[in-house]
Design a protein around this ligand. Structure first.
Ligand SMILES: *Cc1c(COP(=O)(O)O)cnc(C)c1O
Length: 389
């Protein structure tokens, strides 16, 4: 049998594992930060209508520039993110992962480097590797915030071409203060100049305003967003960015022609028509997230402050044993490879109740947080790729 390594693959891909959040068949799935609410029936009907219309033209290539969709996304951001943007500042692709890939193809690549502050979203490192971009792992504080001074020193020392700032951060839930983003941007311009990418996949769930207004007057700052989380449309594969129009022009150099299918564009447009309903679910999820934080804390867990639709909790002497014990009670959470910690996505109230019941039992059973049982927190460790997104 031929194995991957028998093929003449690129040297840096040898021995690597693909992204893979384990998907198990259990009653309560709270492991991938999806929105637990299915799309409302009116929206499902509208998608069917819009897709039927698109189907009448499937003999033709889609609108290569996705003009109607980008206009809709620009209007959505202008209405909800505290800053008016025009279509020339917005670009869309198949998930924000593809947006990030296009950014790295444009601004990274062989001989160039990108930096992220870990633990953070493992796809930043993985897509860097896939595009031949060197990866630098920057540190975080013990409370998982970014240490502005330390991060600035890393940027000055290594002069990366792309700086990733994930806010709210996956897997910790930590939001990054605007002042920290500005300090890192200044450092990156002094060292580079390089691009700063703020990944706001969870922006709609934050207690804080969006960082989008910071793009004004900063042509090297990019904010990425997605319909996978707040819009409850992970299956749609629609991500987007907002930045200076020159950035949108630059990614045209690497995007595949007709990368965004007519069906995807039609579906995303239908979703945008139902923004208010979908943002209503976001409000419910935010209060469920706050309830998880409060009840896990009352149980005795350490809980990381969260601005996202998930919560990091611990600290377990052995987080994998904690993950397994919760799974044994029918609830799948995420072991992100951050020693001592696990991550749970906010689900429906019933799912969260099931999780909290399991978490209370496991807390007693495993003696979580009893003196001598919790490990030291070691932020900045390189999480295992296959379990860290
Ligand atoms: C889920 C997530 C994304 C979304 O990726 P899509 O490709 O849009 O589904 C991006 N960034 C972070 C940090 C995420 O957690």
């Amino acid at each position: 049998m031929t194995r991957i390594d028998d093929l003449p693959i690129r040297a840096e891909l040898r021995g690597q594992s693909p992204y893979g959040a384990p998907q198990l068949d259990v009653p309560v799935l709270l492991n991938t930060n999806e929105n637990p609410y299915p799309l409302p029936e009116e929206l499902v009907a509208r998608i069917a209508e819009r897709v039927a219309e698109a189907a009448r033209h499937l003999n033709r290539y889609p609108d290569r520039d996705a003009v109607e969709l980008r206009t809709g996304l620009a209007a959505y951001l202008s209405r909800t993110a505290g800053h008016t943007v025009g279509i020339e500042q917005v670009w869309a692709a198949n998930g924000s992962n593809e947006v990030i890939q296009q950014l790295l193809q444009t601004f990274g690549g062989p001989g160039r480097t990108a930096i992220g502050f870990e633990p953070s979203y493992s796809m930043h490192a993985l897509i860097s590797r896939g595009t031949g971009t060197g990866w630098l792992s920057g540190p975080r504080n013990a409370d998982f915030t970014i240490d502005g001074a330390a991060a600035t020193r890393e940027i000055a020392a290594h002069r990366p071409d792309v700086v990733f700032i994930c806010s709210p951060n996956n897997p910790t839930g930590t939001a990054v203060a605007a002042e920290t983003v500005l300090a890192l941007y200044e450092a990156a311009q002094a060292a580079g100049p390089s691009m700063v990418v703020v990944d706001e996949a969870y922006g709609e769930f934050s207690h804080r305003p969006s960082l989008l207004p910071l793009i004004e007057g900063r042509p090297h700052l990019v904010v990425t967003r997605t319909m996978s989380k707040a819009f409850g449309a992970a299956g749609l594969r629609l991500g987007y960015l907002a930045a200076d129009p020159a950035v949108v022009d630059a990614v045209q150099l690497v995007r595949l022609p007709y990368h965004l299918s007519s069906v995807t564009q039609a579906t995303a447009l239908a979703a945008l028509e139902h923004t208010e309903t979908l943002l209503g679910y976001v409000q419910q999820l935010k209060s469920e997230r706050d309830r998880l934080v409060a009840e896990l804390g009352a149980t005795g867990y350490d809980v990381t402050e969260s601005d996202a639709n998930f919560v990091q909790f611990g600290r377990f002497a052995d987080s994998h044993a904690g993950w397994q014990a919760i799974l044994d009670r029918g609830v799948l959470v995420r072991d992100n490879g951050v020693p001592g910690w696990l991550r749970v996505s906010a689900g429906t109230p019933a799912e969260n109740d099931a999780f909290l019941d399991a978490a209370r039992t496991v807390f007693k059973e495993l003696h979580v947080n009893e003196p001598g049982t919790a490990p030291g927190t070691e932020p900045g460790i390189e999480p295992g790729i296959e379990e860290s997104a």
